[in-house]
Design a protein around this ligand. Sequence first.
Ligand code: FMN
Length: 382
Amino acid sequence: MTVVDDGAFAALAARARQRLPRLFADYVDGGAHGEHSMARNRAAFGRWGVVPRGLRDVSQVGTGVRCFGQDWTAPFMLAPVGFAGMLHSDRESGAARAARRCGVGMAVSTFSIEAMEDVAAVGGSPFAQIYVFRDRALTQDMLARATACGIQGIIVTIDTAITPVRERDVRNGFRHLSRPSARQMAGLAGRPGWSLGMLRHGMPVIGNLRPYTTVSGVMGQAREMAAQIDPTLDRSGLEWLRSEWKGQLIVKGVMHPDDARLALDAGADGVIVSNHGGRQMDPSPATIEVLPGIVDAVGGRADIVLDSGIRRGGDVVTALALGATAVSVGRPWAWALAAAGEQGVETAIQALTQEIRDVLGLAGLRDIASLRAAGAEILWRM
Ligand SMILES: Cc1cc2nc3c(=O)[nH]c(=O)nc-3n(C[C@H](O)[C@H](O)[C@H](O)COP(=O)(O)O)c2cc1C
C-alpha cells in the first residue's frame, strides 16, 4: 500500500481513520490502480522550495483572493467529494457552514448525501459539481435545480468517462455495501461513534440524486448514476452545456494544455487542473508538473484552480507562484469532517490558511497579488 504524508492534516486524518469503518477510511484514502499518481502528486511538491526573504515589512499578511467570480479569504476551496455526508452526521451542510464562516469556496458533489438545495440553503454560494449525463434531460434538470436554489457556478467533471479499479474498494467490497457481508457488518459495528451518528439521519441515500434513481441503497443509486456519465462527451457536449447554463462554468479534470484551450474555446469560465487526487488515471503526472503548460495555454484568459495532493501552505504558495489562481483540497476536508464534523472542517481551513500566511510572510510577501506578481522567482527547484 502506498504511504503518502497527510501534511498539515495528519492529526485529523489519523482521527478520521480511527472513527470511520475501514471501508470508508479506505474509500477516502485510496486511489486508482497502483496509487502511483497519488504518491507522485505529493512527491512533486517536494521538489519545490520557497526562498526565505527578509528586510521587508510583513507585519500584515493578507491571504484573500478573487476566483471563479467569488471573493475568498484564503486562496483555496473545498473540492467536490462524493458520499461526504456518510463520513459524519454533520454531513455536507456542516462542511458548507464551516466554509461559509471562514469565507472560502466549496463545491457540492453530484454524489452528495444531502441535496444541493439543502447545502445551498446554508449560504456561502457553493458550486454544484455535475456531470454531463447520457440523458440530457436529467442534466438539464440538475441545472434547473441549481438555478432555482441560487447556485451561481457549476463545475463539470471531465475525467470520469471510465471508472477505474480502486483496489482498496474492491478488497473491502465497498460497492456492494447495500447488502453488507458479515465482515462488513462487524466493521461498521466496531465504529459505534460513526454508526450512531449515521443512525441520526436514518438509512442513507444520495439525496442529490433521489429524483433520478429507481433503487433505494446508496451504492445502487451510485451504480445507476455512474452508468449515466456520458463517455462520448466532447467539445460539442461542452458547448451544449454552455448554452444551457448562464452562470460560471468551470471544467474540472484538465491535465493537458489542449484540453484547457478546448474548454475555454467552448465557453468555459475557468478550469481545474486535477487528476482527481490520483483516483482516475494511474499513472498520471502530478498536477503541479503539468500546471505551467496549462498556464501558458490559458494565457490569462481565465482562472485556474489546481488540486490533487495539496497538504501544506507551501504547496499552495508553490501552485500560485507557478500560475494557479487558487487551489482546492479534497481528502483534507473529508478527513476533517470525518474526524470532528463541522468544527473539524473549520479547524482544517484555519490550519491551511495559517500555513499559507506563514509561508507568504517568510517569503517577504504581503498578499496574494504580490505572490502572483513575483511568480516563480520566489521558488527554488530542489
Ligand atoms: C472520497 C473522494 C470523493 C470524491 N468525489 C468526487 C466527486 O464526486 N466529483 C468530483 O469531481 N471529484 C471528486 N473527488 C475528487 C476531488 O474533487 C479532488 O479532485 C481531489 O480529492 C483532490 O485531491 P486531494 O484529495 O489530494 O486533495 C473525490 C475525491 C475523494 C477523495
